[in-house]
Design a protein around this ligand. Structure first.
Ligand code: NAD
Length: 478
């Protein structure tokens, strides 16, 4: 399979310049395809097309938008195997995980089809006699969407679907290494009956195409998911020009295992949370904090479980961990493995590349016994590399869990209602899991974090209305 993926501007497919290979990270000898990158001028044209399409789309009926999003959701669900295959090929997630992600993208479009019909408003009694007060929500305008590569179907879906549901127009810029998944979404939207300019896809580099969106005066809001450095740079630019912005960034998520935990459950939570999807999840359990009394038992069990995991081609049955998504991410992972050794952490499992029959970015699941100050225990790695920390007791474990700049997700494995309840209240995160992996969330409830992990209103569920609408208060003399 070799295909050239194009951008989509004002209802037309647009080729960019040059040809950038779309790599298959499990087999570098057979790329998924190629794509041309846009320049800043073409990206600006996409924003202008979205601005031109905005007034009519903002006044479209909720039913029109609901029907359209429902059709998109139905098509994604009907084609989830095929879309999942494309995702597995391009990003390296295993096929079952990829099909699951495609299904989730479809469910998200269906959820927001319903939300288009439930746009909330309020009518209150005025403090003044003879006056009515109404609070309504209107589209925020032209929305820029900048997405990472690790959930190349679900993250675009959870931004594009609410943006369109609430009457906004969209310019979507995916990460450079996943043009095929972005193109697949655009291709479905291109046949769904949207007026030209309502949805636009711009393929290209962050610093040209992404920057052109942020700098364009007609852009009204920007929803970004990606790394902390990029997010923080965008936040400064947005503040300077008064752009509404929402940022979902990194994580260094703790999974606490208490002495009273069911250790079988705890090991499964740890392995799933730290290593599935090759550890490339913002919600990955990259810090495993285990109470002293069960530490040795936990280590023996997780080592035995890790030894059963198969790393390889994500399309093959029985593979648990696909390749790292890119050479750049593999280099980062390997540099953190070196940092683990340099900081004196003890390697408990993995730590090296895996030889496979194809040439790809395969890396063994890696576990270090670390100290809280080690770089591998503090910085987001975004690969199959986890740090194990020893805690004296629950209070110490909670303190370690909160001892991080990040605050996306936190988990605890315990059979104690007392500790579970306390952890739910005192973990400094946006999402808490009890006896579940830190990764793996529902599509219909809010998603997001605290501290350095997130900025602005929550994504997903009905809370998405905060970002994608602007509130208006109207007074009428009765
Ligand atoms: P990244 O920051 O490198 O890139 C994200 C996006 O920003 C890409 O589309 C990129 O092209 C674009 N970009 C880069 N520089 C830009 C610039 N100067 N101006 C405008 N756009 C620019 O992140 P990544 O490597 O693609 O993704 C991994 C990161 O995403 C990890 O830190 C991970 O934790 C985070 N992430 C967070 C969540 C969450 O919801 N909290 C979910 C998934 C991933």
């Amino acid at each position: 399979m070799s295909q050239r993926f194009q951008s989509y501007i004002d209802g037309q497919w647009v080729d960019g310049s040059g040809s950038t290979a779309d790599e298959n990270p499990a087999d570098l000898s057979t790329p998924v395809g190629e794509y041309g990158v846009l320049d800043a001028a073409l990206a600006a044209q996409a924003v202008e097309a979205a601005a031109t399409a905005l007034p009519a789309w903002a006044l479209s009926t909720p039913q029109q938008r609901a029907d359209l999003l429902d059709r998109v959701g139905s098509e994604i669900l009907a084609r989830k195997e095929e879309l999942g295959r494309l995702l597995a090929l391009e990003e390296g997630k295993t096929l079952p995980e990829s099909i699951g992600e495609a299904a989730r993208a479809g469910q998200i479009f269906k959820f927001f089809a319903g939300e288009a019909l439930r746009i909330p408003g309020e009518k209150l009694a005025s403090t003044r006699p003879g006056v009515d007060v109404e609070i309504t929500r209107e589209p925020v305008g032209v929305v820029g969407i900048i997405a990472p590569w690790n959930f190349p179907l679900a993250i675009p879906a959870w931004k594009i679907a609410p943006a369109l549901a609430y009457g906004n127009t969209v310019v979507f810029k995916p990460a450079e290494i996943v043009p095929a998944c972005a193109w697949a979404i655009a291709e479905i939207l291109s046949r769904a009956g949207l007026p030209p300019g309502v949805f636009n896809l711009v393929l290209g580099a962050g610093r040209t195409v992404g920057q052109a969106l942020v700098e364009h005066p007609r852009l009204d809001a920007l929803s970004f998911t990606g790394s902390v450095p990029t997010g923080n740079a965008l936040l400064k630019q947005a503040a300077a020009r008064g752009l509404k912005i929402q940022l979902e960034m990194g994580g260094k998520n703790p999974l606490v295992v208490l002495a009273d935990a069911d250790l079988e459950v705890a090991v499964e939570c740890a392995v799933n949370g730290a290593y599935f999807s090759t550890g490339q999840r913002c919600t990955a359990s990259s810090r495993l904090i285990v109470e002293n009394a069960v530490y040795d038992d936990f280590v023996a069990r997780i080592q035995a479980r890790l030894a059963t995991l198969k790393v390889g081609d994500p399309l093959q049955p029985g593979i648990d961990i696909g390749p790292v998504a890119s050479q750049a991410q593999l280099d980062t992972d390997l540099s953190y493995i070196r940092a683990g050794h340099d900081d004196g952490a003890e390697l408990l499992f993995g730590g090296e590349r895996v030889e496979y029959r194809t040439q790809g970015h395969f890396l063994a699941p890696t576990l270090f016994a670390a100290k809280p100050g080690d770089r591998i225990a503090r910085e987001e790695i975004f690969g199959p590399v986890a740090a194990l920390l020893r805690a004296d007791d629950y209070a110490h474990a909670l303190a370690l869990a909160n001892d991080t700049a990040f605050g996306l997700c936190g988990g605890i494995c315990t059979t104690s209602l007392k500790y579970a309840t306390h952890f739910k209240r005192h973990a400094q995160v946006g999402m808490v899991m009890v006896n579940l992996p830190t990764a793996g969330v529902d599509p219909h409830v809010p998603f997001g974090g605290r501290k350095a992990s997130s900025y602005g209103p929550r994504e997903q569920g009905r809370y998405a209305v905060e970002f994608y609408t602007s509130v208006k208060t109207a007074y009428t003399a009765a």
